[in-house]
Write a protein that binds this ligand. Structure first.
Ligand code: XIL
Length: 314
C-alpha cells in the first residue's frame, strides 16, 4: 500500500473496462485499482489516436471519459498517454497521402482537441512517444517523414496552448541507461529548452527484463534531470522467461527494488507508474513470446515477491 512515498507518486495503467468487471476476479481487480497502492492512473490504450479519432475529425472520448469519471470519484489523478506516436494510429492517417500542410492541420487538430477535452484533469501528458531509434537517429514515423523533427516542437506548443496546467513529457523505452538513444534524447531536450519549447519532463517507460536492469539506470535519470526537467518511470514492468519459478520471482523482486531505488536516487524523479495491476492483464505475453509475469500482482491478484520489494524500497 504505497500510493505516494517520499514525495513520489505511484501509479498504474488501467482501463474502465478492466475495473468495471463484475466477476469475483473483476471485483478484486477493482479493489486493487481503486485502493491505496496507486494514486494516479494512465489509460493503457483509451487515449491513443486509433481510439480517440477513429475517423478524420470525428472524436470519441467515451472510453477515456469513463476512466476519468472513475478516477475523479475515487480521488485518483490522471496521466495522459499519448499524442504524437507512430503506433496505434487509425489507418486513415497513413493511408490518405495527405500533403504536409494537411497533415500538420490534422496533427494540430488532434492535439488541441484531445488535450482540450481533458483540460485541467490531466497532470502529465506524454506528448510525443518513441521518437528515437536505438542509434539515436529519429524514428522514421509518418510525422518525421513528413515534417522532420519540427513536429515534436509543434506538438509541445499545441499541448501547452490547450492545457497550460499539464506537465508535458517526451516518453520512450530504453531510456534507462546511458546510450546513443538517451544521448540523442538529452541533446533534443536541451535544444527544445533552449528554444523555449514547453517541455517539463522525460518519461522513461522502463519495460525491463529480469536480471537485466541497467546498472546506470540512476545515472541515466540524473543526466536527464540535470537539464532542469522532471523524470518519471511511466510504464514499469519487469518481464521474465516463463515459466514462473521461485528463483526468477526472487530476482524480479531485486530488480523492482533496483528500479525504485534508481528513481528515489534522483530528486527530480517525480513518480513511478507500473503498466497494469496484474500479470493476467499484462501486454507482455502477447508481445514477447515466452516471456511474461512482469507485474506486482500475479494472475490470481496475489501480491508477488516484487510487491514486497517495491514496498520495502519506498
Ligand atoms: C501497449 C498496451 O499495453 C497494449 O495493450 C497495446 O496492445 C499496445 O500498447 N509503449 C507504450 C505503450 O508507450 O502505449 C504500450 O502499451 C507499451 C509500449
Amino acid at each position: 500500500l504505497f500510493a505516494s512515498i517520499r514525495g513520489r507518486y505511484v501509479g498504474v495503467a488501467t482501463e474502465s473496462y478492466n475495473i468495471n468487471n463484475s466477476t469475483t476476479w473483476g471485483k478484486a481487480y477493482k479493489n486493487l485499482a481503486l485502493g491505496s497502492d496507486f494514486s494516479i492512473w494512465t489509460p493503457e490504450n483509451s487515449l491513443k489516436w486509433e481510439v480517440t479519432e477513429p475517423q478524420p475529425g470525428v472524436f470519441d472520448f467515451s472510453l477515456g471519459d469513463a476512466l476519468f469519471k472513475l478516477a475523479k470519484q475515487n480521488g485518483k489523478r490522471m496521466r495522459g498517454h499519448t499524442l504524437a506516436w507512430h503506433s496505434q494510429l487509425p489507418p486513415w492517417v497513413t493511408a490518405n497521402n495527405y500533403t504536409a500542410a494537411e497533415l500538420k492541420n490534422i496533427l494540430q487538430r488532434h492535439v488541441l482537441t484531445e488535450v482540450g477535452h481533458f483540460k485541467g484533469q490531466v497532470t502529465h501528458w506524454d506528448v510525443v512517444n518513441e521518437v528515437f531509434e536505438e542509434d539515436g537517429t529519429f524514428r522514421n514515423s509518418i510525422w518525421y517523414k513528413t515534417f522532420g523533427p519540427d513536429y515534436i516542437e509543434w506538438s509541445f506548443r499545441w499541448a501547452r496552448q490547450a492545457d497550460p496546467s499539464a506537465k508535458l513529457y517526451i516518453n520512450d523505452y530504453n531510456f534507462e541507461s546511458i546510450s546513443p538513444k538517451t544521448t540523442a534524447a538529452y541533446n533534443l531536450v536541451k535544444s527544445l529548452k533552449a528554444k523555449g519549447v514547453p517541455i517539463d519532463g522525460v518519461g522513461v517507460q522502463a519495460h525491463l527484463i529480469v536480471g537485466q536492469v541497467p546498472k546506470d539506470f540512476e545515472a541515466a535519470l540524473a543526466r536527464f534531470a540535470s537539464l532542469g526537467v522532471d523524470v518519471a518511470l511511466t510504464e514499469l514492468d519487469i518481464r521474465l522467461d516463463l515459466p514462473v519459478t521461485s528463483k526468477n520471482l526472487a530476482q524480479q523482486a531485486k530488480d523492482y527494488k533496483a528500479a525504485v531505488d534508481a528513481c528515489l536516487g534522483v530528486k527530480r524523479c517525480v513518480g513511478i507508474t507500473v503498466w497494469q495491476v496484474t500479470d493476467a492483464l499484462s501486454w507482455v505475453p502477447s508481445t514477447f513470446p515466452g516471456q511474461g509475469a512482469p507485474l506486482l500482482y500475479d494472475e490470481k491478484l496475489k501480491p508477488k515477491p516484487a510487491y514486497d520489494a517495491f514496498q520495502n524500497a519506498l
